[in-house]
Write a protein that binds this ligand. Structure first.
Ligand code: NAD
Ligand code: UGA
Length: 435
């Protein structure tokens, strides 16, 4: 497994749990040293136990020595990052191609080289060309096997996926892949065998569709606020239609994370380059960017039109709960906007604080939820961590300067908040006057 990040580490640990011998390789020495000591470089529920038990069983190991890991392997997964390329938004494939060049040098006997990283159409062809050029003698196939796991529920997503997509026309490679995934095959997980190009596109189409679904409900939420309707009932009312489905219809401050923002952009770029602009996708990207930039206004409005000189408490910094990942988190737009408007911002996140410290300046870092509330003029909840779902409302009121909550994740009941005496604003739900 080349790359021991969110995807490589989780996939490597899960494959080893399936009984496969896995070596995770990373160029980041510190990461490999920590893993070797049994420390997790990321926060992902359940990952520490899974890694430790498979290390003990000698099915999982870590190294910086790519050559040693690849030589003799039946399959080599490329799970390195594919971030947005600075300046133009295309996927930056330099890590993938660097890995391919190194893999080429180490190939020994028939090997299936699998791209698990999210890569644009045609990347598999280029990986094949790079390896073939470096090693005309090598016996290998290049397969696309995109990953659909979500951070925060990554292990369950990997162990019980809705489907597995495998892109290759080589029967020999298909056989190796079927064998690797045999545990899931036996529990009748659907496996979509297709061409490499199609498989690459499936991944972008999936992420883009989900981002579109979220953006759609976010716009409906804005309309609900104007006309006095309730977006959660709309979501339920449409989501119970099996053709629509209930998932990914939670309105919020805009999607973030390491993948939706960069993948929607990369697909739009690929499509433009192919002369088939995807106007829906381009619009989704614009709407979501504007939403994240503008949503601080909700806090300003709840504070009576200005936050200058006020103290705002923020709970939740990561882009979603159960991860420490801060990539493209809405908090990174909202907090600086509040600061520019003159607010002092007090923050807390259960797992994201150390990553956030490198990205946010001038905030007051607090040790728990209640500490953020001290003398606060308002609280906004940006991430729906479970521990923020049942805060002690009386204790909150005693700590805050005024009981104002802007709930960007709709995790509180509007009537109960009004009953408790809070001025409560949420996303796409009718306001209820405090009693
Ligand atoms: P990440 O940044 O967490 O990890 C990538 C790792 O690769 C880093 O540790 C880096 O040091 C290492 N690396 C880079 N070049 C290397 C090389 N030549 N040899 C060895 N290691 C190298 O990234 P991630 O979030 O795991 O994402 C990886 C890929 O998977 C991306 O394409 C992403 O779009 C895709 N993906 C991510 C998720 C997710 O939830 N994060 C889900 C599905 C797919
Ligand atoms: C997403 C996809 O769900 C995974 O299938 C995919 O493998 C992954 O991207 C990837 O390619 O990296 P992830 O980014 O970890 O997973 O998390 P999601 O649960 O999809 O959430 C993404 C963002 O959308 C978050 O900011 C979340 O708050 C937001 N979201 C999600 C909503 O605002 N509403 C929803 O209903 C769902």
């Amino acid at each position: 497994m080349i790359g021991a990040g969110y995807v490589g580490l989780v996939s490597g640990a899960c494959f080893s749990e399936f009984g496969v011998n896995v070596t995770c390789v990373d160029t980041d020495k510190d990461k490999i040293e920590r893993l070797t000591r049994g420390e997790m470089p990321i926060y992902e529920p359940g990952l520490d136990n899974l890694v430790l038990s498979n290390v003990r069983a000698k099915r999982l190991s870590f190294t910086t020595d790519l050559k040693a890991a690849v030589t003799g392997a039946e399959a080599v997964f490329i799970a390195v990052g594919t971030p947005s390329r600075r300046g133009d938004g295309h996927a930056d494939l330099s890590y993938v191609y660097a890995a391919a060049r190194e893999i080429a040098e180490a190939l020994d006997g028939y090997t299936v080289v699998v791209t698990k990283s999210t890569v644009p159409v045609g990347t598999g062809d280029e990986v094949e060309r790079i390896i073939r050029e470096a090693r005309p003698d090598a016996d290998f196939d290049v397969v696309s096997n995109p990953e659909f796991l979500r951070e925060g529920s990554a292990i369950n997503d990997f162990m019980r996926p809705d489907r597995i997509v495998i892109g290759t026309e080589s029967e020999r490679a298909q056989e190796v892949m079927r064998h690797l995934y045999r545990v899931l095959y036996l529990i009748e997980t659907p496996i979509v065998f297709t061409s490499r190009t199609t498989s690459e596109l499936v991944k972008y189409a999936a992420n883009t569709f989900l981002a579109t679904k979220i953006t759609f409900i976010n716009e409906i939420a804005d309309l609900c606020e104007k006309v006095g309707a309730d977006v959660q009932d709309v979501a339920r009312g449409i989501g119970l239609d099996g053709r629509i489905g209930r998932k990914f219809l939670h309105a919020g401050p805009g999607y973030g994370g390491s993948c939706f923002p960069k993948d929607t952009l990369a697909l739009a770029k690929t499509a433009r380059a192919a002369g088939i602009p995807l106007r829906i996708v381009e619009t989704v990207i614009d709407i979501n960017d504007e939403r994240k930039k503008g949503i601080a206004e909700k806090v300003v409005a709840a504070c009576g039109g200005s936050v200058a000189g006020k103290t705002i408490a923020v709970l939740g910094l990561t882009f979603k709960p159960n991860t420490d990942d801060m990539r493209d988190a809405p908090s990174l737009d909202i907090i600086p906007a509040l600061q520019r408007a003159g607010a002092t911002v007090r923050v807390f996140d259960p797992e994201g604080m150390s990553q956030a410290k490198a990205l946010l300046n001038g905030v007051v870092w607090c040790d728990d939820a209640y500490e953020t509330l001290i003398e606060a003029d308002a609280l906004t909840i940006l991430t729906e961590w479970n521990e923020f779902r049942a805060l002690d409302l009386e204790r909150m009121k005693s700590l805050m300067k005024s009981p104002v909550m802007i709930d960007m994740r709709n995790i509180y009941d509007s009537s109960a908040m009004a009953e408790a005496g809070f001025r409560y604003a949420s996303i796409g739900r009718p306001p209820v006057k405090p009693r």
